[in-house]
Design a protein around this ligand. Structure first.
Ligand SMILES: Cc1ncc(COP(=O)(O)O)c(C=O)c1O
Length: 353
């Protein structure tokens, strides 16, 4: 605490990201990164731009990247917003669409950045309890006084709502913005982008960090009707005109264009996930049905914290949340087949099989 801190600084409770150890010898299954490198076309595009032009500012409108995304998602470029990771897009959205004094709804077990933004902006919020089986209770999200935000699929549970369920939430919040955070949608969920023409209150947020292997470049996007996107532009241009740098702009474009590579790598991850889920079930783990690139699991008898600590001793990092209702679980990102074999071998040792 410093006497120089503003009231906001004093009272904010920042988000704590998963550990980011820099050693290359560890197996990193703790922050839902993609185990495969970005498309070779992305790397080529970046290398071509590493030149003297870096002295120039990037495009403040990111028009090229937006056009590419618009084509891919079947919307027009005025329906696309891009930002420095979806975290930034989320931060702008909370400020752009939610008002203090009007309670917003999000699940009690969800992405832990949501309460951080809500507190930072002085928003009132209700943490709607997930059902016993960790599914999102759709009706509890109806008629929010301030708006709604939830990830689909949810994190850290990995469970997805159907498009029909997402639509019910939209129908029952017509006067408020409903934000669907689709960070993990490409690993098996149904995207709400199909509903954009029908719902002016829908904002879909996606990221290139997960299914397009670009966590290190920080590229996120939002899709929705033109007025919502214009709102986000107003907020962005009140903070920083150049949120994406020159390299990120070309990397994002190349990543979205290389559909073959995207499909190949995400299918590999889905196949690995299904195989590992089955192996874990055979080892007496309770495994939630994941539509993401991670598994949320609990062993029948061995405590999760112990599993987390023992794996860490062996250089295998997974995520443990010391939080009510989920402290019996650990979250494991899907790595390569080889990494997951090492993980399963270590797990067998820990649980004594
Ligand atoms: C649900 C959810 N939303 C958003 C993000 C942020 O992703 P990024 O800022 O890398 O785009 C994450 C990252 O783990 C996430 O789990």
């Amino acid at each position: 605490m410093s006497k120089f801190w503003s009231e906001v600084t004093k009272h904010t409770e920042p988000y704590v990201p998963g550990e980011q150890p820099q050693s290359t010898s560890i197996i990193k299954l703790n922050t839902n990164e993609n185990p495969y490198p970005p498309s070779p076309k992305v790397l080529k595009a970046i290398k071509q731009l590493v030149n003297g032009d870096l002295r120039l500012y990037p495009s403040p409108t990111a028009a090229d990247l937006k056009l590419t995304a618009a084509k891919y998602f079947g919307v027009n470029e005025k329906q696309v917003f891009v930002g420095n990771g979806s975290d930034e897009v989320l931060a702008f959205s909370f400020l752009g669409f939610f008002n203090p004094g009007e309670e917003i709804f999000f699940p009690d077990i969800t992405y832990s950045f949501y309460p951080v933004y809500a507190n930072l902006y002085g928003l009132n919020y209700r943490e709607v309890p997930l059902a016993e089986d960790f599914t999102i209770p759709v009706e509890q999200f109806f008629n929010s006084p301030g708006g709604v935000i939830f990830p689909n699929p949810n994190a850290p549970t990995g469970l997805a709502l159907s498009l029909d369920q997402v639509e019910q939430i939209l129908q029952h919040n017509r006067e408020k913005v409903v934000i669907v955070d689709e960070a993990y949608i490409d690993f098996g969920g149904e995207s709400a982008t199909a509903l954009i023409p029908k719902y002016e209150n829908l904002l879909v947020i996606q990221t290139l960090s997960k299914s397009r292997s670009l966590a290190g470049m920080r590229i996120g996007l939002a899709l929705g009707n033109e007025q919502l996107i214009e709102g986000l532009e107003r907020i962005k241009n009140s903070f920083n005109s150049y949120t994406l740098d020159r390299l990120a702009l070309v990397a994002g474009k190349a990543a979205i264009e290389d559909v073959n590579y995207f499909n190949e790598t995400r299918e590999k991850i889905i196949n690995t996930r299904e195989r590992v889920a089955k192996e874990l079930k055979d080892l007496s783990f309770h495994v939630l049905e994941s539509k993401t690139n991670f598994l949320f699991i609990r062993h029948g008898t061995v405590p999760s914290q112990l599993i987390y600590e023992k794996l860490k001793e062996q250089g295998i990092y997974i995520r443990y949340f010391n939080k009510n209702r989920i402290d019996q679980f650990v979250r494991v990102t899907i790595g390569t087949d080889e990494e997951m074999d090492t993980f399963i071998k270590a797990i067998k040792q820990i649980i004594g099989k």
